[in-house]
Design a protein around this ligand. Structure first.
Ligand SMILES: CC(C)(COP(=O)(O)OP(=O)(O)OC[C@H]1O[C@@H](n2cnc3c(N)ncnc32)[C@H](O)[C@@H]1OP(=O)(O)O)[C@@H](O)C(=O)NCCC(=O)NCCS
Length: 284
């Protein structure tokens, strides 16, 4: 029978096998943020521009396709699961090696990514003290002021130093980054441990693995060209490479349609409205 969704496929298998399929699905979403769930060859699958990962349940195993062909190290690491054509079979009588399946998903996403030789990569580096004057300049720009702190908080150089240097020095639980397009600094981004971050933020969070993120693009000419989505994806991918991280969340102002769309393109799901100290400021 033709399936229209992962859930429709999952509903046809026994509960213990369904739990395995769900954990594979969750791992792929963790490791390849922005991958879209779909059906291919009547199997649950994931696509970016192209489908890069299929998985399915059989009587004695979970199958993962297509074969990895580029990453020799991973081909060796998955040797005991590889069949003659390179497809992977994970026996139901053994524990699922989820971390390994996550690596397979990352490698397949890369293997099936369209080559964009002329487009430099978006990467993140830790922010340093030397970046503070540049950050100060960025924080004066109207498109940043509009959604980052508000008109009243257009900071002086000294305020910028006072607010951001403790983050650089890891004295706060906020980690600041500068995003680069090739070698050009294009954005400020930050991540933080949501639990216990204080001042009324995420007051009900009890999971120490949850991270919050925020960012802005520096140059107004870069807005709306897909760069913000690439920055968010790079940050999420970097955060999830730490096995302690369970979830990445963010809290754009409901009126910030561009930011919300950017997060959704990067794979975030809308959960609902949250009370934050600044949501009142944004809405007032
Ligand atoms: C939020 C931000 C990082 C997003 O980066 P970006 O490069 O502009 O975003 P992208 O181009 O990747 O995606 C924006 C999407 O929103 C859409 N969009 C733009 N303005 C919109 C609006 N007013 N309403 C709805 N959608 C809008 C764009 O069309 C695009 O979607 P599409 O690709 O489907 O067409 C960037 O806009 C920014 O720095 N804004 C100022 C600071 C800020 O708001 N920071 C976020 C605080 S939570």
């Amino acid at each position: 029978m033709p399936f229209e969704s992962h859930e429709a496929y999952f509903a046809t298998v026994p509960a213990d096998v369904r739990a395995r399929l769900q954990s594979v699905r969750q791992e792929v979403q963790r490791r390849v943020p922005g991958a879209q769930a779909c059906i291919g060859y009547n199997m649950p699958a994931f696509r970016q521009q192209r489908i890069f990962f299929y998985f399915a349940a059989f009587k004695h195993h979970i199958g993962v396709y297509p074969p990895i062909t580029h990453d020799q190290g991973l081909i060796e690491e998955t040797a005991r699961y590889r069949g003659p054509k390179g497809n992977l079979s994970f026996p139901l009588k053994e524990a699922l090696p989820l971390a390994l399946i996550g690596k397979v998903a990352t490698a397949l996403a890369e293997q099936y990514a369209p080559r964009q030789a002329a487009t430099p990569a978006v990467t993140l580096r830790p922010m340093t003290e030397a970046d503070i004057p540049m950050l100060h300049q960025w924080l004066q720009r109207p498109h940043v002021v509009e959604w980052w702190g508000g008109e009243d908080e257009r900071p002086t150089l000294e305020q910028t130093r006072a607010w951001y240097l403790p983050r650089v020095l890891a004295e706060e639980q906020v980690t600041p980054y500068i995003a680069l397009l090739g070698r050009r600094p294009i954005a400020y981004a930050q991540s933080y441990v949501a639990m216990g971050c204080g001042d009324g933020w995420w007051a009900n969070e009890t999971d120490p693995g949850v991270r919050g993120i925020d960012q802005f693009l520096a140059d107004p000419r870069d807005l709306g060209r897909g760069l913000g989505t690439r920055v968010v994806q790079a940050l999420v991918q970097q955060l999830f490479s730490d096995p302690a991280v369970t979830k990445v969340q963010t809290d754009p102002a409901p009126a910030n349609r561009r930011a919300i769309r950017c997060y959704e393109k990067a794979g975030f799901e809308r959960v609902g409205l949250v009370d934050t100290p600044v949501s009142y400021t944004h809405l007032s």
